[in-house]
Design a protein around this ligand. Structure first.
Ligand code: UDP
Length: 294
């Protein structure tokens, strides 16, 4: 009887769990075919670590038919949205990083109201273990930005879709602009109490670990001490994993003259490429075979 009770309780818990998690999702954004390569690796890394929530990718009109087809093999939903560019919607914004203006398109994630709660991850992040526990957090939960820790970094955040919040965010962009010309400046001025209001909304840095040459001197010993606990890494800056060359025989990116990876980053870059080779390229080949035989 004990075992049966345990079985039914467990089963009931599982079915509640399944019912609950169907209305929660991991969400990413890719506005072009290049960023889609990152989204695909991210999606496969979430799947390989047993993500129990739905996977959603926001795309914009320039994404090709081929990439849409491949994305739909990895993501449960491929949702087309229009591009929001700070140059268009915030004409007076002080745009420090013009190439990041398109990241305001991210704001459309608040319109995914068929989900009660979501975790957003940039397409240049890579998941290293199961992160379903992030759904226990409330809006807006995020990790501190390594450059200015009183601000949160918007590469990984927990949010609650709502059309009201969506339109208030767009209005906020039009009224106040974004202090960095991108989504991070806007979201930090909108959720302005983040740094002081609720410590539960501060995600540990291991959920958004970034690496760059110019990190503070305190970074390196901390990386040595805590880096192995990282759950999500982010490839910060203009050199993204897909811009490296990879040698599949060596299982390693090629360190060419165009800039070498920092040692901490190298293992993660190699992992990214490993996933790309083993779980993303075969999807392209598979689609090509299907196309040839129809
Ligand atoms: N992004 C995109 N298209 C672009 C630039 C950015 O879809 O042309 C999305 C993508 O999800 C990317 C995120 O916006 O990961 C943030 O941009 P980026 O990674 O360049 O910012 P960084 O992490 O370097 O600050």
């Amino acid at each position: 009887v004990g075992a049966a009770t345990r079985y039914f309780t467990q089963n009931r818990r599982n079915s509640c769990f399944r019912r609950n998690v169907a209305d929660q999702a991991f969400v990413t954004l890719a506005t072009n075919d290049v960023c889609c390569q990152g989204a695909l690796v991210l999606g496969q890394s979430l799947r390989s670590h047993g993500a129990t929530r739905r996977l959603v990718v926001l795309i914009t009109p320039p994404v090709s038919h081929l990439l849409r087809a491949v994305l739909s093999r990895v993501f449960d939903e491929v949702v087309e949205v229009n591009v929001i560019n700070s140059a268009d919607c915030i004409p007076l914004a002080r745009t420090w990083t013009p190439e990041l203006g398109v990241s305001l398109t991210k704001l459309h994630c608040w319109a995914l109201t068929r989900y009660s709660k979501c975790v957003f991850l940039d397409a240049d992040t890579l998941v290293l273990s199961n992160i379903d526990e992030l759904f226990d957090r409330g809006e807006l939960s995020a990790a501190p930005d390594p450059g200015w820790p009183d601000c949160f970094n918007t590469s990984v955040f927990v949010f609650q879709p709502s059309l009201e919040t969506h339109s208030r965010l767009l209005q906020h962009a039009a009224d106040h602009g974004s202090f960095d010309g991108a989504d991070q400046g806007l979201l930090n001025s909108f959720f302005s109490s983040w740094s002081t209001a609720d410590i539960h909304k501060h995600l540990p840095f291991i959920y958004n670990l970034s690496m760059a040459y110019n990190m503070a001197y305190t970074y390196h010993p901390a990386f040595k001490q805590f880096g192995s606990a990282a759950k999500v890494v982010r490839f910060l800056g203009c050199r993204k994993p897909w811009s490296y060359k990879y040698n599949p025989q060596m299982g390693s990116v090629v360190q060419d003259g165009t800039g070498t990876a920092i040692p901490q980053q190298l293992a993660f870059l190699n992992l990214w490429w490993n996933i790309y080779h083993s779980s993303v390229l075969p999807l392209f080949e598979n689609l090509r075979n299907v196309a040839e035989h129809t």
